[in-house]
Design a protein around this ligand. Structure first.
Ligand SMILES: Cc1cc2nc3c(=O)[nH]c(=O)nc-3n(C[C@H](O)[C@H](O)[C@H](O)COP(=O)(O)O)c2cc1C
Length: 224
């Protein structure tokens, strides 16, 4: 097994514990204000914001540092319209019964339906693809590891970065979503995991009250 070179740890900023706690809480308070947005304005968002958020996503930890993600960024009206048509077709089937009763009941408090006008209104659609095979060389085809976990973490960073930049997002998962490979011109071996819609909320945007219901710390953590 090859042994890699080591570099000295690059120190994080010198902080007191009080400063660390304050920073952690500042981040928490900011993230508490993130809400999935389903009503977007067509107000433009600079490409630099999207690029920085994808760079941030690309800093995520990943199995064996394989970075098994690709983000297809869509802004052209034609491509967004094609995505909307394909997504709404799948969503019509989904809400007509493909989802099954339990799933439809689970999403009912969100008030969502098959119409997805935001796929055309929002300035940016970012489709996250998971690569089962890849490598640093674009042509490489080595096995990747913990692919879904890695891409999930990267998408979390992407969402947090956009939120910090004051951009509203929606994580959207039309079901099934293989059409993204064709419309984003990605190889069949890549698996689309989610589309992240990014933009500014419409003036009359609302959020489902249900979304504000978050589990308490005691329920999501145990201390051993
Ligand atoms: C993996 C994943 C898939 C999601 N898919 C959809 C979706 O297809 N449509 C939708 O309207 N919201 C979708 N959401 C958003 C959730 O409904 C939303 O995160 C949840 O209701 C909590 O609301 P919040 O994001 O405002 O906290 C998805 C979220 C995740 C993490």
């Amino acid at each position: 097994m090859a042994v890699s070179d080591s570099l000295p740890w690059k120190p994080y900023p010198e902080l007191s514990d009080a400063e660390r706690i304050a920073r952690a809480n500042t981040f928490l308070e900011s993230m508490r204000t993130r809400r999935s947005c389903r009503h977007f304005a067509d107000t433009p968002v600079p490409r630099e914001v999207i690029e920085a958020a994808i760079f941030a996503a690309g800093t995520a930890p990943s199995g064996a540092n394989r970075q098994p993600w690709h983000f297809a960024v869509v802004s052209s009206p034609e491509a967004k319209a094609a995505i909307r048509v394909a997504a709404e077709e799948e969503e019509r089937n989904f809400y007509a019964g493909v989802a099954g009763e339990a799933w439809l009941e689970a999403v009912s408090p969100l008030g969502t339906g098959p119409d997805k006008p935001f796929l055309e209104t929002a300035p940016w659609l970012i489709v996250a693809f998971a690569q089962r095979k890849g490598g640093f060389d674009a042509a490489a085809r080595v096995q990747n590891y913990h692919v879904t976990e890695s891409v999930g973490i990267a998408c979390g960073l992407l969402l947090a970065s956009l939120h910090q930049a004051g951009i509203a997002t929606l994580t959207h998962t039309p079901h099934p979503m293989r059409f993204f490979n064709r419309l984003c011109r990605r190889p069949a071996e890549e698996k689309p995991l989610m589309i992240i819609v990014a933009g500014h909320p419409a003036a009359d945007a609302t959020v489902p009250a249900f979304a504000l219901k978050k589990k308490p710390l005691e329920q999501i953590a145990s201390w051993l």
